[in-house]
Design a binder for this molecule. Structure first.
Ligand code: SAH
Length: 481
């Protein structure tokens, strides 16, 4: 039973039943339940029974169903689009099912899954909108609970609003350029027309929809520089998620995991622009030009960057290009790698009485004059977070020690912070150079240096370097320290 746990054995579809005949065989409660369910469709309902309960008779009268007041015979199912065997008589239900199947008609037999070609869902009906809930028999109670929750979520006016939308679809297609239709429908379903419909005023809904339709300007592009966080999908902000859902194009760096990129709108275009160390697939200038040209074409662009877009993300250059081109843009902050790394270590970045400032730096500016400045800060007790520091670890350590920082200063290193496969290391500034030689660290690496590191939870981390001993200890043994 469990082997197909993640595949649907019954797949939901919406069957066209307008004007089709649906046959229900049976006269009791089960038949009435099916009649009520199918009565929500525009199918013609034919009920075959000699002993209809008074309730069923009343329902037939009120709903104008056909009633064949005779013992069931095979010809009763002929020409039907669907048959329900709901007689409560197992032998009869089996016959009905067999007859239907012989004619290739879809059949459902109450409480007999083996005789069923399909199951009926729990239904939230806001015609023309329908939500069908199926559990493949896992439990009607579960289906009803879900049904109740969805029912609460959907405004009673949704059906009228959807009908209005259907009646405007052609006009929208005629009047609006392709790029601006989505925005119109967003505003339609979430803006003034939806509010008017919710208040029960469909005339006002139509008026405001028409106004909205006529006021649409040609699509204006927009670029959001969005922080994707350190890698875990659930460290994305709600705003980032919303923008991803609205984006026409997602331009992303190599460091942003596939799972995060996948959170965007299904039909959004996805453009990887590389920028992993050593394999720049597009130059920064090309990326700037790409963003400008996408926005000029009226696209809503999400420029997805790992961590926070304003921390070592070259966002400054992209924003300048957008500003120069007069393109509307915004920045959505994200959780930067240093914060994720600190969280993975339980490492306080500021520590009362120990350190009250922090430095975000990179090992890559060593040739510029930047290092002396932050080295000075490190000496005066700041916590230092080093981005892109793996291949220059020795140089960073050397320069800090040279500037006067004790070789015993605590260091924490995290590879793949926030991700399930993260690895944590701890050691001292003197151990830091060993990072360069570690070819086993293929993921992004964050290094945090400073006295505050001593306040971290080091229990689950490995030593950064195995110090010289008489018999070198294997790394795993060190994990016990
Ligand atoms: N804007 C990003 C930084 C981009 S620079 C941010 O705010 O985090 C790329 C560097 O970030 C990497 O070399 C590495 O030092 C760091 N980094 C990014 N993601 C990381 C992760 N999950 N774990 C550890 N370091 C990470």
């Amino acid at each position: 039973m469990q082997q197909n746990a993640h595949k649907l054995n019954a797949f939901p579809v919406f069957l066209k039943l307008e004007g089709a005949v649906v046959v229900i065989v049976g006269g009791g409660e089960e038949a009435l339940a099916k009649a009520r369910l199918l009565g929500q469709s525009s199918a013609r309902i034919r009920i075959v029974t000699e002993d209809a309960s008074p309730e069923l008779q009343a329902w037939i009268g009120q709903n104008g169903a056909d009633h064949i007041n005779a013992a069931y015979a095979p010809e009763h199912v002929r020409g039907a689009a669907m048959v329900f065997a709901a007689s409560g008589d197992a032998a009869l239900d089996r016959r009905v099912s067999a007859d239907a199947r012989r004619h290739g008609i879809l059949v459902n037999a109450v409480d007999r899954p083996d005789l069923c070609d399909f199951f009926t869902p729990a239904l939230v009906n806001r015609a023309p909108v329908a939500v069908a809930i199926g559990t493949e028999g896992a439990g009607p109670v579960l289906a009803q609970m879900i049904r109740a929750r969805i029912d609460q979520m959907l405004a009673p006016s949704l059906g009228s609003l959807a009908s209005l939308a259907a009646s405007l679809r052609e006009a929208a297609e005629r009047l609006l350029p392709k790029g601006s239709r989505r925005r119109f429908w967003n505003d339609f379903f979430a803006g003034a027309p939806a509010r008017a419909a919710a208040a029960g005023d469909m005339r006002l809904a139509l008026e405001s929809a028409s106004e909205l339709l006529l006021s649409q300007r040609p699509a204006e592009g927009h670029v959001a520089l969005v922080g994707a966080g350190p890698g875990a999908e659930d460290l994305l902000t709600l705003r980032a998620q919303r923008l991803l859902m609205e984006a026409d194009v997602i331009v992303h760096d190599a460091l942003v995991p596939e799972a995060v990129v996948a959170m965007g709108r299904r039909d959004a275009e996805r453009l990887p622009v590389g920028k992993r160390k050593g394999c720049h697939s597009r130059s920064q200038g090309e990326i700037n030009a790409l963003l400008v040209s996408l926005a000029r074409a009226g696209k809503r662009v999400v420029r997805l960057k790992s961590g926070d877009p304003l921390v070592f993300g070259r966002a400054g250059e992209e924003m300048a290009a957008l500003r120069d081109a007069g393109i509307s843009h915004e920045v959505v902050p994200g959780i930067t790698a240093a914060f994720a790394a600190a969280a993975d270590f339980g490492l306080p970045l500021t520590l009362r009485g120990v350190t009250s400032s922090m430095v975000f730096t990179t090992g890559h500016d060593l040739k510029g004059g930047t290092l002396p400045d932050w080295a000075k800060l490190a000496i005066s007790g700041a916590t230092v977070a080093v981005y892109m520091g793996r291949s220059v670890a020795a140089e960073v350590a050397g320069r800090l020690i040279e500037a006067g920082l004790s070789p015993d200063t605590a260091v924490a290193v995290v590879e793949n912070a926030s991700l399930p496969g993260r690895r944590r290391f701890h050691g001292t500034l003197a151990d830091l150079p060993s990072l360069e030689a570690r070819s086993d660290l293929a993921g992004p690496v964050m290094t945090i240096i400073g006295d505050a590191v001593a306040g971290a939870d080091l229990a689950r981390s490995e030593p950064l370097a195995v110090r010289e001993r008489k018999t070198p200890a294997p790394v795993a043994e060190g994990a016990m320290t």
